[in-house]
Design a protein. Structure first.
Length: 543
């Protein structure tokens, strides 16, 4: 279910209405059911992956911490897995698809029969129980390490199979063919489950934090299942930490009028970015990057700059809507963007862009690799590994790997410069010098977006060569952005510049009522104009 769809508006109204009348525990059960309906609306079969991921890490987290589980802690997830398998894999695939759901993937052309699904789910539960018995007999240190590896191998195994299997098999096939070795085609045409990169990382952070003794596991399975599947941020984040989100879900929440108004403002702001701006510039970006004819220097520059606007408004717009809906439910989600295009260096950029992912990579990959410990070469090695894998996280394509490598290179160059010119940074504190830095670094960011958006490595090479060989060619043929996006970019620039210079992202709350009303009315007007744009799926749903 897309945020920018009528179904979602109806869905939120119904969920919010039920939320207001239900007591606390029923609120949580209703939110879990709503989250499953929200995700299953796209394709109900892939909802089973969310259930399976939740059950495994619930078992693993408790076993890691306490050793032996109570009968209820063992049975409730087991029964839930079996019933979910029967419904999601055995019954629903034989029913007509819901409106707006995905087409059936070729990997699942033949739906499993109910007896087969029942036998498979029972076999999985029996295997899990056998592993549990073995784990309980291990010394604590070995048990904790084994539990962690079970969680990591399960989550990354699911992610790797559904997201990267075809990519690596195809790459191997092409590599062998290039040296004259013929190999059979193993391409399975596996459809990528929406949000799998986000909820697997979120669930992994839970077990890793338990292993590090940062948090204690929850003993309520359905609270943990809600943590994994919480619908506002399930499909594209933010990637929440258990120590922040689970306590909010496991305890009664207080709703108030001011909180609901702030949530509504975030929702409007998110739709303004997505519907008004991102969808309005998308046709121009697509026209250039999908063009097989003649492309000029100005076409590439314009399309890349507009893609920088598109991806920011698209992704941060999703986050604003997610945070706004969650705020109305009394649950605070983390800020995922903090004016990233005002960054003056690569380190500053990754403190502002996709903050939930950058901090996840820092805490669970960069620091375990060694982080800032060691000499400069070792630090740069850690940065390159982290950012290259971060690029691969975004998608199974070579241009994403190249983008990650490029970002890692920027971080390494900045690290080296800071190491050998530590005092020159004082020069750049002057406002004019700082603005020069911001504009200059934005150009580097935009080239990174060219790598990110490119259709292939061949297009990266072609566009990069044109930026040099065709420099200054102003013969533009890319078309014009829609009116909603032109007006939206102007208003968004005014908002963000004000936020940057005041240092207050909530400055709008200090505006006089007429000014605040004018701002919201302007956003609504641009949203209404943007409704004539062709609606597009959120970019980060593909990751």
């Amino acid at each position: 279910m897309l945020f920018n769809s009528p179904e979602f508006i109806i869905f939120v109204v119904v969920v919010y209405g039920l939320y207001l009348v239900f007591p606390f525990r029923l609120q949580n059960y209703m939110l879990l059911v709503a989250s499953y309906v929200f995700y299953g609306w796209w394709d109900s079969r892939f909802l089973f992956l969310v259930v399976l991921s939740s059950a495994v890490d619930f078992w693993v987290g408790l076993t890691m911490h306490v050793g032996r589980l109570t009968r209820g802690q063992r049975l409730v997830p087991a029964v839930f897995v079996v019933i979910s398998a029967l419904v999601l894999l055995g019954i629903l695939p034989k029913m007509p698809s819901l409106p707006g759901s995905a087409a059936r993937s070729t990997f699942f052309d033949q739906p499993s029969t109910t007896p087969l699904v029942l036998a498979g789910s029972i076999a999985f539960v029996a295997l899990a129980y056998g592993v549990y018995l073995v784990l309980t007999r291990l010394p604590e240190k070995n048990r904790r390490a084994s539990c962690l590896w079970i969680s990591i191998s399960t989550q990354l195994g699911l992610l790797g199979f559904f997201k990267y299997f075809d990519f690596f098999v195809d790459s191997l096939h092409h590599a062998l063919s290039s040296v004259g070795i013929e190999s059979g085609a193993w391409h399975l045409e596996i459809i990528l489950p929406v949000g799998i990169s986000f909820y697997t990382f979120q669930s992994l952070s839970y077990t890793i934090d338990i292993y590090r003794r940062v948090i204690k596991p929850t003993d309520r399975f359905f609270d943990f299942a809600l943590f994994v599947a919480y619908f506002p941020q399930l499909q594209a984040g933010p990637i929440e930490r258990a120590r922040q989100l689970i306590p909010q879900l496991a305890n009664p929440r207080r709703l108030d009028f001011d909180q609901s108004l702030r949530g509504l403002y975030l929702i409007v702001f998110g739709f303004f970015k997505k519907v008004g701006i991102a969808d309005g510039v998308a046709p121009v970006v697509d026209h250039i990057f999908n063009n097989t004819g003649r492309i000029t220097w100005i076409d590439i520059v314009a399309a890349t700059a507009l893609f920088a606007v598109q991806i920011y408004c698209d992704f941060s717009g999703y986050t604003d809507i997610a945070r706004g809906v969650s705020k109305m439910l009394g649950v605070e989600l983390m800020v995922n963007f903090n004016q990233p295009y005002f960054a003056s260096n690569p380190q500053d950029f990754w403190r502002r862009w996709h903050i939930s992912l950058s901090t996840w990579l820092r805490d669970y990959l960069y620091i375990p690799l060694g982080g800032n410990r060691g000499n400069l070469a070792y630090i740069c090695q850690n940065l390159m590994i982290t950012m290259t894998l971060g690029g691969l996280w975004h998608g199974a394509a070579w241009n994403f790997l190249l983008w990650g490598f490029y970002q890692g290179s920027l971080l390494c160059v900045y690290r080296v410069w800071r190491e050998y010119r530590p005092h020159e940074s004082q020069i750049w504190k002057h406002p004019l010098a700082r603005m020069t830095l911001i504009v200059t670094f934005f150009c580097f960011v935009c080239y990174g977006w060219l790598l990110f958006r490119a259709q292939s490595l061949a297009q990266v090479v072609h566009f990069s060569s044109l930026l040099v060989s065709d420099f200054g060619n102003l013969n533009y043929g890319g078309g014009r952005p829609r009116l909603s996006s032109v007006l939206g970019i102007m208003l968004l620039a005014l908002i963000e510049i004000t936020q940057y210079w005041t240092g207050d992202v909530r400055y709008y709350r200090r505006l006089m009522l007429p000014a605040r009303g004018f701002l919201i009315a302007a956003m609504f007007t641009i949203i209404l104009l943007g409704m004539s744009n062709e609606p597009a799926q959120f970019i980060y749903f593909q990751f």
